[in-house]
Design a protein around this ligand. Structure first.
Ligand SMILES: Nc1nc2c(c(=O)[nH]1)N[C@H]1C(S)=C(S)[C@@H](COP(=O)(O)OP(=O)(O)OC[C@H]3O[C@@H](n4cnc5c(=O)[nH]c(N)nc54)[C@H](O)[C@@H]3O)O[C@H]1N2
Ligand SMILES: Nc1nc2c(c(=O)[nH]1)N[C@H]1C(S)=C(S)[C@@H](COP(=O)(O)OP(=O)(O)OC[C@H]3O[C@@H](n4cnc5c(=O)[nH]c(N)nc54)[C@H](O)[C@@H]3O)O[C@H]1N2
Ligand code: SF4
Ligand SMILES: [Mo]
Length: 697
């Protein structure tokens, strides 16, 4: 048996693991003992890696759909078909009508190749990925207030904080090793505060849980600031030396009272005052937030409200502090860094900047487009209007994970051509015209960047099953077929070197430098050859921090007589994303029944529901059947549903109302109605799915 060092393929914590390899198969994993993030531990998903990537139920052969059914094809035929379809879409619609959705689970190398393929080969900036529906408001909001959207501090800073404020993140479930670290910090004396409408495990263990009303984040954060200003608790020295004019923010909040904030958020005045005092007086407050902040139509302003609180109290730029968006996917930080976004090249270099465009055009020896690209939702909307023809989806499952599933299905049906590059036959993959089998993380070399900006090596431990290939190799060959030779890298290291030469924050990172450390945290350049564990110590990328007044906006869809419940969506510890990897593990699968709608027992009584009774849940966009779990984790009137289950896809119900700035859809709040099924009737996975008829796609 060999043990090959690698990095976990699931969440953005980026735990170090060893792949145990025997007879060409990964038979198990072990934690890396000295890893700075995971410190010799893994969560149950990390331990389940061998099931998640097992050849069983993997795609092992290219497939072409004919008369509604897939048939095996050679790589030559399949890639020939993809190239031909893209060429004819380009001929008919031009570059605006084609695009790529890349993969925050794949490597930096794969993502760099994906955006280069879109820009240099297809001549479009139509390139995006799931960060759009995850932390795009962090990228947009923190760009406005600080100039950088990444976590400002490191995971290890939690050890030095004397207060930890978690807003809208379920950390023990979703960033398990960070959650464990927060609980250890609390055990040694740090105050742990959780702001969440649900009683999460962390909220139950916290010193303070503010069970805020769904969608009232800005009201809460503004209210805390008002109390801080009224008592003179702001950090004047920090504001004077590091921030721009504070007066507009002060004036904006001047008329507010704690009683108004309490009424708007459901949090008592005493609780508000206690947190305002503790946060502003903490020596080092570590502020972390997640999807409970970003996934709203006010997502960008929610992030700005968090940033205002952090800046006014000067809780940034020192060890143990910082504004820390907990990036979700194992390599979502990397996919953003690599420029898989419609407005930036690698390293957040604006596509609208002629000097940047000229530099990339020279390096890639080709002409590059000028018009900014479409977001992933934008491409799907354009498809429905007949303006968008051919789409490549590399490792995402939007049919399950985008809002309003019926709308996604209609967009897929409207496309001329859909090619999906995947590990397994996901719900989205079933809709493809051509299906290309991809190599999983243990089957390729490359790098992942975790949520604290740590670029880490993954190494090929085994061969890919059957004919499966690495993503960038697939893209490189397609590029040749479309007449562009500039992607023929010798190996992943050569590709990384091309990227690092064009990306200032990566300029001192190389594979040997990564191997010599446990990865390196960007920016890593001549001035910071050992990387940057803490950002913004002396100044912000914008120079001074900006304090921008923002106003509370309610969710787009609030409960009414027809749809009387507010519903939010969230994650469970034992499953991941659309479940295509974790649900292959019998150990994980046995932990939770598929589906589940969490409801307060009082609401259950009003509707006459027994625990685990079948229900039909409907919104204005669709309906599904599932089982109800009665629990006081959720408040009366608010329901919660995880999004991992194709049998009960909560995204058939969710609202795609968007944040105007970042285009984030409002995945965290919609209005639904619940009707009991007869007690002896099991929920049907087919109910409500008529529009997602794969045979017709
Ligand atoms: N087990 C597991 N881990 C994962 C993932 C997974 O699928 N499974 N996915 C990964 C990914 S992609 C991501 S982005 C991260 C996400 O990790 P988190 O950000 O923790 O994601 P969620 O559980 O969706 O939402 C977090 C919390 O927001 C709360 N919330 C809802 N509305 C509000 C509100 O109005 N205000 C406040 N303050 N809170 C609110 C919810 O109750 C929930 O507890 O997890 C990553 N880790
Ligand atoms: N209602 C609701 N919806 C949500 C959310 C929510 O909180 N509520 N959260 C949103 C968030 S934060 C996110 S990030 C998205 C996630 O949405 P997705 O990215 O669609 O979810 P995943 O299940 O992680 O899908 C990733 C796919 O990548 C494949 N894959 C893994 N590794 C590789 C690789 O190396 N190459 C290739 N080609 N494929 C690979 C896996 O097989 C998997 O099917 O979901 C969003 N949707
Ligand atoms: S915490 Fe995240 S990175 Fe670590 S083992 Fe669990 S899923 Fe993997
Ligand atoms: Mo995410």
């Amino acid at each position: 048996m060999r043990v090959v060092p690698s990095i976990c393929t699931f969440c953005g914590v980026g735990c170090g693991l060893g792949l145990r390899v025997e007879d060409g198969r990964v038979i198990g994993v072990e934690p890396q003992p000295g890893h700075p993030v995971s410190q010799g531990q893994l969560c149950s998903k990390g331990w389940a890696t061998s099931f998640a990537i097992d050849p069983y139920k993997r795609l092992t052969q290219p497939m072409i759909k004919e008369h509604g059914h897939f048939r095996p094809a050679s790589w030559d035929e399949a890639l020939g078909r993809v190239a031909e379809e893209f060429r004819s879409a380009l001929d008919e619609q031009g570059p605006a009508g084609v695009g790529v959705i890349s993969c925050a689970r794949a490597t930096n190398e794969d993502n760099y190749a994906a955006q280069k393929f879109a820009r240099a080969v297809l001549k479009t900036h139509n390139i995006d990925h799931c960060a759009r529906i995850c932390h795009s408001p962090s990228v947009a909001g923190l760009a406005r207030t600080l100039g950088s959207g990444a976590m400002s501090n490191s995971i290890a800073d939690i050890d030095q904080a004397d207060l930890i404020l978690v807003i809208g993140a379920d950390v023990t479930e979703n960033h398990a090793m960070i959650g464990a670290r927060m609980l250890r910090a609390q055990a040694r004396g740090a105050t742990l505060v959780v702001v969440d409408p649900r009683k999460t495990r962390l909220a139950r263990l916290a010193d303070i849980h503010l069970q805020v009303r769904l969608g009232s984040n800005i009201a809460l954060l503004n209210g805390l600031l008002q109390i801080i200003f009224a008592n003179g608790w702001e950090n004047r020295a920090f504001i004077d030396s590091r921030c721009e004019d504070i007066q507009p923010l002060r004036q904006h909040l001047a008329g507010l009272t704690p009683e108004q904030t309490s009424a708007a958020t459901g949090v008592t005045v005493a609780e508000l005052q206690r947190l305002a005092f503790l946060y502003s007086h903490a020596k080092a407050a570590f502020t972390a937030y997640g999807m409970g902040i970003t996934q709203f139509q006010s997502g960008t302003n929610n992030v700005i409200a968090v940033s205002n609180l952090v800046l006014v109290c000067g809780q940034i730029g020192r060890p143990g502090t910082g504004i820390n968006p907990l990036r979700g996917q194992n390599n979502v930080q990397g996919a953003c860094d690599m420029g898989c976004l419609p407005n930036v090249y690698p390293g957040y270099q604006a596509v609208s900047d002629p000097a940047v465009q000229a530099r990339f055009a020279a390096a890639w020896a080709t002409e590059l487009p000028q018009a900014p690209g479409l977001t992933s939702q934008g491409m799907l909307k354009a498809a429905q209007h007949g303006d968008f023809r051919a789409l490549m989806i590399m490792g995402e499952d939007p049919l399950l994970t985008d809002p309003d599933q019926n709308q996604v299905a209609r967009a897929f049906a409207a496309l001329d051509f859909l090619v999906v590059v995947e590990l397994s036959l996901t719900e989205t993959a079933k809709c493809a015209d051509v299906l290309l089998p991809a190599a999983a993380f243990a089957e390729k070399d490359g790098t992942f960047t975790n949520c604290e900006r740590r670029v880490q090596r993954i190494r090929q431990a085994i061969a890919a099953p059957g004919l499966a290939r690495g993503d960038w190799q697939i893209l490189a060959e397609l590029a040749v077929r479309l007449g562009y030779p500039g992607m023929a890298w010798a190996d992943a290291e050569a590709l990384f070197a091309e990227m690092a030469a064009l990306t200032p924050a990566f300029s001192a990172i190389s594979y040997p430098a990564l191997d010599a450390n446990h990865g390196l945290q960007w920016p890593c350049d001549a001035a910071h050859p050992q990387g940057s564990p803490i950002l913004h110590e002396h100044s912000f990328p914008l120079g001074r921090g900006r304090l921008l007044p923002v106003t509370q906006v309610p969710p787009d869809e609030c409960p009414d007589a027809e749809y009387p419940f507010a519903m939010t969506t969230h994650r469970l510890h034992f499953h991941y994303g659309g479940g295509s990897m974790t649900r292959k593990s019998p150990l994980l699968e046995r932990e939770t029944p598929a589906g589940l709608l969490f409801m307060h027992p009082d609401d259950g009584e009003t509707l006459g529901l027994l625990n685990h009774q079948g229900v039909r849940v409907s919104s204005r966009r669709g309906y599904l059947e599932t089982r109800v779990q009665l629990t006081d984790d959720v408040p009366v009137g608010t329901l919660a549903m995880p999004y991992h289950f194709q049998e009960a896809p909560c995204n058939r119900l969710t609202n795609d109302a968007q944040d105007p700035i970042s285009k984030m859809p409002e995945l965290k709040a919609c209005a639904v109605r619940v009707e009991p099924l007869p007690p002896d009737q099991a929920p049907s996975a087919q109910a409500g799915s008529r529009e997602v008829d794969h045979a017709s796609l």
